[in-house]
Write a protein that binds this ligand. Structure first.
Ligand code: SAH
Length: 352
């Protein structure tokens, strides 16, 4: 794996972008308009209309010459359409978005006092088949393109009429099975949409070698790793991919990630009553993470129809937190938002 940073890799490809245009940088768009016989500054205009004015057809770019607009009309930008929209009482909005080929994905917009966070999908469906997750129950269809990932952020931004401050790659799919498009969309969200790298989080269940490869991109984004169990036996029961890629190997690779990036990892741990929420599990978890630059995010289970796990009661959650704190592990509890709209972690299944 080369250690060439992402930015220089992408910038070295100057022109030759193939539509859909969403995902392209100013320099790529400028080279592209020049190929169409137009002055380079039109690339900057195109960039502004695509990323900041939310144009949906190139024919609508009023600053372009009329004849050229006619020629551009059929060239796709790469935007989706909102197929369905559900607002939860807490203000979280779940979107079902229809892609150009008719596939439907889910995106969630999560407003809080100072933030607007978007939870983006990276695949249509997911092949990982984790036992507690609704997305995996529906199987896997395909990876999303860069434009389809960036589009989700623009769609939420336009619908809320508010700038998106944070993006979490925690929707449908496994981001590290779609690394090229995830990296390209991180670059685009940072440089073209204007979201700080530190406000971008990629969550993975762990794919062998991919965390190390991800580390070599010189990014300041946050990596979240879905651990969910403090030992191999329990983890295997929840996550089929844990069998060929055991916990020990995953943690070794996470250590390499911290060494390479000097950034701490956020570990996600879903709390399932009576399964992985006992104080002894918390102790084991603390042991796994000893010496690690890390932070644990506990996610009380959000119910899905297919399985009968239970969310632990508040005092059990608190007891788990307390053990971790005693062990000097940085910990927070994520009470997922959007539960009533089936928009919470693990409930995304591309249906109403
Ligand atoms: N495939 C990636 C991205 C999905 S992120 C990953 O596994 O990290 C979605 C987060 O929600 C993951 O941490 C996932 O394990 C968690 N999750 C899945 N189903 C859940 C459920 N029913 N309740 C709470 N969290 C869940």
């Amino acid at each position: 794996m080369s250690a060439t940073p992402l930015v220089s890799q992408v910038n070295s490809v100057k022109s030759a972008i193939i539509p859909p245009l969403l995902g392209a940088s100013v320099s790529e768009l400028s080279a592209w308009v020049e190929e169409q016989g137009q002055p380079a500054y039109r690339g900057k205009q195109l960039h502004d209309w695509i990323y900041h004015q939310g144009v949906r057809s190139l024919a609508d770019i009023s600053v372009f010459p009329k004849q050229w607009r006619g020629e551009l009309a059929e060239i796709p930008i790469g935007r989706s359409t909102i197929h369905h929209r559900a607002v939860a009482p807490d203000g979280t909005i779940k979107y079902l978005l229809r892609l150009a080929d008719g596939q439907i994905i889910e995106t969630v917009g999560i407003p809080t006092a100072k933030r607007l966070t978007v939870c983006v999908s990276t695949q249509v469906g997911c092949p990982m088949a984790c036992d507690f997750c609704a997305t995996g129950k529906g199987g896997y269809i395909r990876n999303l393109g860069t434009h389809e990932i960036v589009d989700q952020v623009l769609t939420v931004q336009e619908d809320f009429q508010q700038r998106v401050s944070h993006v979490v790659f925690m929707g449908m799919g496994e981001p590290l099975l779609n690394t090229d498009n995830v990296l390209a969309s991180l670059k685009c969200l940072n440089q073209d949409v204007g979201i700080g790298q530190r406000s971008l989080t990629v969550s993975t269940v762990g794919i062998r070698d991919r965390i190390r490869q991800f580390a070599h991109n010189n990014l300041q984004v946050t990596l979240a790793v879905s651990l969910h169990a403090p030992n191999q036996a329990l983890r295997e029961k929840l996550i089929p991919s844990a069998r060929p890629y055991p916990l020990e190997d995953l943690l070794d690779e996470c250590r390499e990630y911290v060494e390479i990036t000097r950034r701490r990892i956020s570990f996600e741990y879903i709390l399932l009553a009576g399964f992985n929420d006992l104080p002894e599990h918390a102790l084991q978890l603390a042991k796994c993470l000893r010496g690690f630059q890390s932070h644990v995010n506990l996610i009380p289970y959000n119910p899905i129809q297919e399985v009968d796990y239970k969310r632990p009661k508040g005092d059990r959650i608190q007891a788990f937190v307390n053990v971790l704190k005693q062990q000097k592990v940085a910990v927070s509890v994520r009470y997922s938002r959007g539960l009533e709209a089936d928009a919470a972690c693990g409930q995304l299944r591309a249906s109403k």
